[in-house]
Design a protein around this ligand. Structure first.
Ligand code: BYC
Length: 325
């Protein structure tokens, strides 16, 4: 671990100059492969950027349990119910690793959670869409976890040690999630016409929101440039979205589903798929709280927090008693 403080010239006394110098110094070290650890001195802007992204990521994991959790009691077989239970439980675990990693930056989990419940913190837009039929569970695994992996693999190399390490384990689990989703859909696509129609209907509803998970176009991304300079983001939103499309189109062909974009076409010159226009008005509407399920998702989380108060109190009383206080 690198323990040297990021102190700057003590003779420099303009605070702005000192902080700019510290930021440049850290950016340079990061570009040389330096990994920042919690005890390192770090510029406030780096810390704030990490808290923003990591807490949004943690919130996405715990809110992300809701759309699929909705199907646990209705899973069609014991095998699918066990898989779904394990997956939803994994998402809770991801939330916990990420809240813990964020706490290493000097912010409490309670404060972060309060921000989520009060609607001050964002979480991924994708979880504000409803799960209407059983095939939605498969499509979430295939497309939503697939998009999440694409976005998260570069984060295993990010400059903040606790975030990078959390991502290694999370990516392994997401990979299982993606495969179980594909497997579920593949099974349905061997079934009746009604099952095939359910899969196509789910794909039609989730394709565009899945592409929105990567965030706004690079030209509208507020944080990308700064986050890249800090070594937090390794690839831009558009780069990751394009890679996701390129790997997913052949998978859709294998499954036998049609992706709902008539402009999706291999471009020999670019060696990438061209695709149609994303509805960015819809994206911003959902991000700013007016998606189909925003109110419901936060309502469920608030209710669980209030109804779980006695569990937190009992756990605290037990912990105090064990410590003899
Ligand atoms: N939804 O400047 P930009 C999962 C916000 S969960 C909502 O490009 P940045 C799973 C953005 O926060 C996986 N908001 O931002 C769980 C910013 O607003 P603020 C979740 C979005 O940070 C259960 C503004 O728009 N993954 O795997 O450079 C079941 C401007 O954007 C979204 C992560 O969280 C969005 N889609 O890039 C199944 C990965 N996109 O903060 C699966 C970690 C953008 O100024 N996060 N915004 O108020 C990231 O990689 C980046 O934060 C993003 C956005 C690519 C998402």
């Amino acid at each position: 671990m690198y323990t040297q403080s990021l102190d700057t010239d003590p003779l420099a006394n303009d605070p702005k100059e000192v902080s700019d110098k510290r930021e440049l110094e850290l950016k340079k070290r990061i570009s040389e492969g330096y990994v920042v650890e919690p005890r390192d001195d770090m510029p406030e802007r780096y810390r704030k950027t990490l808290i923003r992204q990591m807490s949004q990521h943690a919130h996405s994991e715990v809110v992300g349990m809701l759309p699929e959790g909705n199907w646990i009691l209705r899973a069609p077989t014991l095998k699918r119910k066990s898989i779904l239970l394990a997956k939803v439980q994994d998402e809770a675990g991801h939330g916990l690793y990420l809240y813990s990693a964020t706490e290493t930056l000097g912010v409490s989990r309670d404060a972060l959670y309060e921000d989520l419940l009060q609607g001050r913190a964002k979480y991924s837009s994708i979880f504000n869409y409803p799960t209407l039929n059983w095939a939605d569970v498969g499509v979430i695994g295939w497309l939503v976890d697939g998009a999440a992996i694409m976005n998260q693999i570069p984060l295993t190399q990010c400059s903040y040690g606790p975030y990078a390490r959390a991502m290694v384990r999370i990516c392994k689990e997401e990979s299982f999630h993606q495969r179980q989703g594909f497997d579920l859909l593949n099974e349905m696509m061997q079934g009746t016409q009604k099952q095939k129609d359910m899969v196509q209907d789910a794909v039609d509803r989730w394709w565009w929101p899945a592409l929105m998970m990567f965030g706004p176009e690079d030209s509208d991304s507020i944080h990308s440039e700064e986050s890249k300079a800090w070594g937090i983001k390794k690839k831009t939103n558009d780069e990751l979205r394009q890679t996701f499309i390129d790997v997913t189109v052949p998978q859709a062909e294998t499954l036998g589903v049609t992706l709902p974009d008539p402009q999706l076409k291999w471009n020999e010159t670019r060696e990438h798929y061209d695709f149609g226009k994303i509805d960015w008005n819809e994206f911003w509407r959902v991000v700013s709280g007016s998606g189909p399920c925003n109110k419901d998702r936060i309502g469920v989380k608030k209710k669980a927090w209030e109804e779980g108060a006695w569990v937190r109190e009992a756990a605290m009383a037990h912990a105090m008693k064990s410590k003899g206080r």
